[in-house]
Design a protein around this ligand. Structure first.
Ligand code: ZN
Length: 430
């Protein structure tokens, strides 16, 4: 018997397909009616909105991109009269203008429901105390975590990001049981807790973390330092309400996503054709209920893969893998699409190396060459040449490309506090 849930729906694949058919019809009609921008896009693509009957017609629809959001600044894709908008949020545009997204009251209600599902899937109860250590204000994170927490019925402790001394004080005094933060913040808090010898004074059991790529190594480190029972990777983006679009379950085998609220397609970022099931590609999402700023085939640039089959946790909602990077970071090596995250995944298997790596690409006599540079961990044993060969063989086996591996001393590779540059591509310089 499946567990009884208050917020998580139990939907069979046929039910999900029906909801998606209906939601897609509604979304396309709604966007065409309310948004001159979408109307124009559909017309240019030769799409008659009334002709969209369901999922089988999805691939006829044009893509929406980050550029569409910038062109419609400050209220892109707006599909309702402005008086129905009750709130906006914005994300930092990595290039150019911010992405501003509008919400109707119904959108806020949907988001709240999505988030309550996350807390439920993470095993929280109304007796939990949830310390929210992410950004408030224009960012979606803080208000999303709080809205969902209150709707779920747990106690929100809204500290916001940074302010380590207040964080520690609240962790101890409020007996916080669940931490919500980025993986880096959880790592930092773990270090502070250890430094101040506070482990025994904490009531922490769980952590919900997200918004940036993390590695299993980082995760093990903060789980240990904070004395956690479990941690959960949360997905989401401002374009799709905010964080809370899905959560990992206790099986730790992918992120369950709310397929009754949005459709996920996984496409080859170069050809925009669907990849084989289980293969990595770009996640493209279509919202099913979003009113103020609906998304039709929005290219997220996030790379992941769908995980076929049922999950051992018993929840009947589909799963995708954790986000493995951005399609912008993909490079083509001897005709094969390679993502830096695939190299990182190979490295996870080797305990002798740190999680840092660098991929160097060069062209010699018209042929591409790849060198993967790694760092040994201090005290790691084994012959460097044999280790290099083992990694190279594993890369060949898993990614089907041949690359040279160079083993460096600990700390030799460049580090960055935010986003480390993994690929150095000198192929067009020679
Ligand atoms: Zn599961």
């Amino acid at each position: 018997m499946p567990k009884k849930h208050r917020f998580l729906p139990h939907l069979q694949p046929e039910q999900i397909a029906r909801i998606q058919d209906e939601g897609l019809r509604w979304t396309v009609a709604h966007a065409a009616k309310g948004s001159p921008y979408y109307r124009k896009k559909f017309k240019e693509a030769g799409v008659d909105p009334a002709g969209i009957r369901g999922l089988d017609d999805l691939r006829a629809l044009p893509f929406t991109t980050a550029q569409d959001l910038q062109e419609g600044y400050p209220l892109p894709l707006l599909s309702v009269p402005e008086e129905e908008v009750v709130r906006i949020h914005a994300s930092s545009g990595t290039t150019g203008k911010r992405k501003v997204l509008a919400y109707t009251q119904n959108d806020i209600e949907t988001w709240k429901e999505m988030f309550a599902r996350c807390y439920e899937l993470a095993g929280l109860t109304p007796r939990d105390r949830v310390q929210i250590c992410v950004g408030y204000g224009l960012w979606t994170a803080g208000s999303g975590f709080q809205l969902g927490c209150e709707h779920f019925g747990a106690m929100a402790v809204p500290v916001g990001p940074g302010m380590l001394d207040i964080q520690l004080q609240m962790l101890v005094d409020m007996r916080t049981t669940c931490l919500c933060s980025t993986a880096s913040m959880a790592l930092l808090m773990g270090e502070e807790v250890e430094r101040h010898g506070l482990r025994d004074k904490l009531a922490l059991k769980r952590c919900i973390f997200g918004s940036e790529a993390h590695t299993p190594k980082m995760r093990r480190q903060f789980e240990r330092a904070l004395g956690l029972e479990a941690s959960f990777d949360i997905s989401g983006m401002t374009e799709l309400y905010g964080p809370g679009a899905g959560l990992e379950c206790e099986a730790r085998n992918g992120i369950h996503y709310w397929a009754d609220l949005y459709i996920v397609e996984i496409l080859d970022p170069a050809t925009l054709e669907p990849v084989e099931p289980g293969k990595v590609g770009e996640m493209v999402v279509t919202s099913l209920r979003k009113e103020a700023a609906p998304l039709v085939r929005y290219r997220t640039r996030d790379l992941t893969r769908l995980l076929p089959g049922a999950c051992s946790c018993g929840l009947c909602l589909p799963r995708h893998d954790r986000i493995q990077g951005r399609s912008d970071d993909m490079f083509i090596f001897r005709g094969v699409n390679v993502y830096p995250g695939q190299i990182a995944a190979v490295l996870e298997k080797f305990r002798e190396f740190s999680s840092e790596y660098q991929i160097c690409l060069r062209r010699k006599e018209g042929l591409d060459h790849m060198k993967v540079r790694l760092e040994r961990l201090p005290g790691a044993e084994g012959d460097p040449d044999a280790l290099a060969k083992a990694v190279s063989d594993e890369i060949r086996r898993q990614i089907l490309v041949r690359g040279e591996v160079e083993v460096l001393v600990p700390g030799a590779l460049p580090r960055s506090f935010s986003k480390t540059k993994r690929v150095v591509d000198d192929r067009d310089k020679e």
